[in-house]
Design a protein around this ligand. Structure first.
Ligand SMILES: Cc1ncc(COP(=O)(O)O)c(C=O)c1O
Length: 399
């Protein structure tokens, strides 16, 4: 079977593909069809918080498969109830939350936008430049990158973008017409840019002042990635809505949107999803939460993230512009295009992600060991040392 040929012929084509057929995974490693092993610092695009095929998630799914696989939210379910309680115990702010369960990050953002419009009766949503919130029409309207947006215009009306970390722009933009401000506390796909604490505080103040809502998109930053359950906790800023997804169920598709319980329940029929809150996703998410607690992986993400950033700072290469990040969400901003370096890393047995044209992004599993991080850093060091021959230098660039 020529896997590449079949996918190239029949798949949608919307993904830029790497020349790699992955067939197996375990822990921080994945294997290709020829048995070659790779250290997965993409973490399955930030999903594999517990690594690949984590035993706790596998066991939970296997057990649930024998009990009940399908249970839409028009019925009550034991596992869903357990998950809602578990989410309540980890969500920030010590306040009571209600939670809408869905199947992906973009869906979680869609729900947040709808709920904010419903709650305020207003239409305007302020988002940030470089933001990435997903690719469905509502989420895409909040996403900034014109390449993703333009072919699909007109998008949902009422969205505006302001420069990230620009308090003055925020003060001008937010007003009595604003339903919500939506922000990633650490911009991921836009280049791994942690927010300035003052910017998030100002967003909270402006929203409070004008009766608007603050949405944090924690799809990439949530569930321990940054060294706290939610990145909001680093900043001491409590949003009104939180969108979650990616690693929440350790590889099983899930998304969630939390809003304050004191809103009361949303009107029946205001939103919905056939697969939302299905028991398989719920047990997988429960297993993730339990494992993150039991194995103290979040503290570990904070500790190892700092260690990794220190190590990356020791790379002596004129191509490194800046190291940015929080916990195990780390970006290396280059004075060069990221793609050739990513290819070089792959040849070294390390998989990493781009974040914009000139940033290499690492989203490794939180179970990663210091020696794996050393392996990644050493591979990057070698890739950069060979880079002048590999990549044309870029003048200027972002950041
Ligand atoms: C911050 C953020 N929001 C939303 C999304 C969209 O999530 P999904 O691809 O699951 O729809 C992503 C995906 O990368 C993301 O990083």
């Amino acid at each position: 079977m020529d896997i590449r040929a079949i996918e190239s012929r029949y798949a949608s084509g919307v993904y830029p593909k790497r020349d790699l057929v992955l067939v197996r995974g375990e822990g921080v490693y994945v294997w290709d069809e020829e048995g070659r092993c790779y250290l997965d610092a993409t973490g399955g695009q930030g999903v594999a918080l517990l690594g690949h095929n984590p035993p706790a998630v596998r066991a939970a799914l296997q057990e649930q498969m024998d009990r009940l696989m399908i249970c839409p939210e028009i019925f009550y379910n034991d596992r869903r109830a357990q998950l809602l309680e578990a989410l309540q115990s980890i969500l920030p702010g010590g306040r009571a939350w209600r939670i809408f369960l869905c199947n992906s990050g973009a869906e979680a953002v869609e729900a947040a936008i709808k709920f904010a419009r419903w709650r305020t009766g207003r239409a305007e949503i302020i988002a940030a430049r470089r933001a990435f919130h997903g690719r469905t029409m509502g989420a895409l309207s909040a996403t900034w990158n014109p390449t993703y947006r333009q072919p699909f215009e007109p998008l949902v009306p009422g969205f505006r973008h302001i420069p990230f970390n620009d308090i003055a722009a925020l003060e001008v933009a937010v007003g009595p017409q604003t339903a919500a401000v939506i922000l990633e506390p650490v911009q991921g796909e836009g280049g791994v840019w942690p927010a300035d604490p003052a910017f998030l505080r100002a967003a909270r103040e402006q929203c409070d002042h004008h009766g608007a809502l603050l949405i944090f998109d924690e799809v990439q930053t949530g569930f321990g990635r940054t060294g706290r359950w939610f990145a909001a906790e680093h900043y001491g800023v409590l949003p009104d809505l939180i969108a979650m997804g990616k690693g929440m169920a350790g590889g099983f598709p899930i998304g969630a949107t939390a809003f304050p319980a004191d809103w009361g329940p949303l009107p029946a029929g205001a939103h919905g999803s056939t697969f939302g809150g299905n028991p398989m996703a719920c047990v997988a998410a429960l297993a993730v939460i339990e494992t993150l607690h039991r194995e103290r992986l979040i503290e570990r993400a904070a500790r190892l993230g700092a260690l990794f950033q220190d190590r990356l700072h020791r790379i002596r290469s004129p191509l490194v512009r800046e190291i940015r990040g929080l916990g195990l969400m780390v970006g290396v901003a280059l004075r060069a295009r990221a793609t050739p370096i990513l290819r070089r890393l792959m040849a070294e047995g390390v998989l990493a992600l781009p974040a914009g044209p000139d940033v290499i992004r690492f989203l490794p599993p939180l179970i990663i060991e210091p020696e794996h991080l050393e392996q990644i850093a050493a591979a990057l060091e070698r890739a950069l040392a060979e880079a002048p021959a590999l990549v044309p230098q870029m003048e200027g660039g972002e950041g």
